[in-house]
Design a binder for this molecule. Structure first.
Ligand code: GLA
Length: 384
């Protein structure tokens, strides 16, 4: 982000200089997809695309926020919050959860701007939420507890905005470390920062397709997973492994139980195998085994495509185009799916040619224009 531009915009709009700038990043998930709401494992990294707020504290309890990207403002009193359906629902929801959790909030004048593509599966909403929380921490003078802030922001998204996402995006935006991916146990919320292998880049491949009706499909997947856990007699799918007797017996039974049984079986097989892949990916990263990491990317995509059924044609084409390029170790869709982005693991030496050629190949096969970013693993929410 261009902080100077943001400062200038603040000066123009509020006729004063901002005293504080905060930022929170978007994320790309390396592996562990649709596992977070199954108490499983994920491996996201924060990217160098972020949401920033330049601000000045006010003496009262009013929040006045101008969206630079949408060129609209929102003004509300922190003690009479009512949900609205615009972008301001995110900062409102965060304020509401912070207040409910007992924080005393002070108001501020702020300009919010970002360069995380919206609806692309790179967690622009978590970035808005965490930037808001960081802004309140700075203005109101409370201590920053990344895990607690992530949980409150997730609650804001679930209950105020009404999107039933898991905890991964908020944890990534709150707690990632520059240069590292973050291995997260979504049950205990224990974190391990795992360094990215040297000589490879993570390349984000935006298909330019956007997920429609994602919420209903996402919620449907959640209930199918819950149904599978119930049939398996476990708290969550995290508690099952593929070579356990429990899985062998239950999966045979599911397959015999008509269409629904077969569907639930496939959903469960994705989640259980994806958890195993996420665990193996961390080991591969620690050993610098990029080849294996790339294979796990590929296996993850196939499972999301065939068993979890959350890819679309554009994502499948993109992944195929990426895998054909020299120096690509593996590629997979990332985020919720149904459109949005894929991520590829590419040898540094080949990155320049990869970016050029993958875009051309994708254009040829899909007729669509891709946006391609080579991204850097960046720091979770911070003060500038
Ligand atoms: C979205 C949700 C996350 C997670 C992913 C899929 O990004 O917000 O909580 O479930 O989809 O892995």
């Amino acid at each position: 982000m261009n902080y100077q531009l943001l400062t200038q915009a603040f000066e123009t709009y509020f006729n004063a200089k901002p005293t504080i700038i905060v930022r929170a990043p978007g994320r790309v998930n390396l592996i562990g997809e649709h596992t977070d709401y199954n108490d499983g494992f994920v491996l996201p990294m924060a990217i160098d695309r972020e949401v920033c707020i330049a601000l000045n504290p006010r003496g009262d309890e009013t929040l006045r926020l101008f969206s630079f990207d949408l060129q609209t403002d929102a003004v509300f009193n922190l003690h009479s919050l009512r949900p609205s359906d615009g972008w301001e629902a995110y900062p409102q929801g965060v304020a509401n959860e912070l207040i409910k959790a007992g924080y005393t909030l002070k108001g501020f004048d702020g300009i919010i701007a970002g360069d995380v593509p919206r609806g692309a599966g790179l967690s622009s909403s978590a970035a808005v939420e965490l930037a808001t929380a960081k802004a309140f921490a700075a203005v109101s003078g409370f201590e920053w507890n990344a895990v607690q802030m992530a949980k409150l922001c997730q609650k804001a998204e679930n209950e105020w905005v009404g999107v039933h996402s898991g905890i991964m995006d908020q944890m990534a935006s709150a707690a990632c470390k520059a240069g590292y991916a973050m291995f997260l146990d979504c049950r205990s919320l224990e974190i391990e920062h795992v360094p990215l292998p040297s000589h490879v880049s993570v390349v984000i491949l935006d298909t330019s397709t956007r997920r429609g009706l994602v919420e209903s499909a996402y919620n449907e997947r959640q209930s199918q997973c819950a149904e599978a856990a119930k049939r398996l007699g476990v708290k969550a799918l995290r508690d099952v492994s593929l070579n356990s007797e429990k899985w062998k017996a239950a999966s045979e039974k599911m397959k015999e139980e008509g269409e629904l049984g077969k569907l639930v079986f496939k959903r469960a097989r994705h989640v259980i195998s994806e958890n195993e892949r996420a665990l193996e990916a961390v080991e591969a990263m620690k050993k610098g085994n990029v080849k294996r990491l790339g294979e796990l990317f590929n296996e993850s995509h196939e499972s999301l495509k065939n068993d979890f059924e959350v890819t679309n044609e554009a994502l499948n084409i993109m992944v195929d185009c990426a895998r054909e390029q020299a120096g690509c170790y593996g590629a997979r869709m990332t985020g919720a799916g149904f459109g949005g982005c894929a991520a590829a693991l590419v040898n540094d030496e080949n990155v320049g040619a990869f970016v050029k050629n993958v875009s051309a190949a994708y254009r040829l096969k899909s007729g669509l224009e891709a946006s391609v970013y080579v991204c850097k693993a960046s720091e979770g929410a911070s003060l500038i």
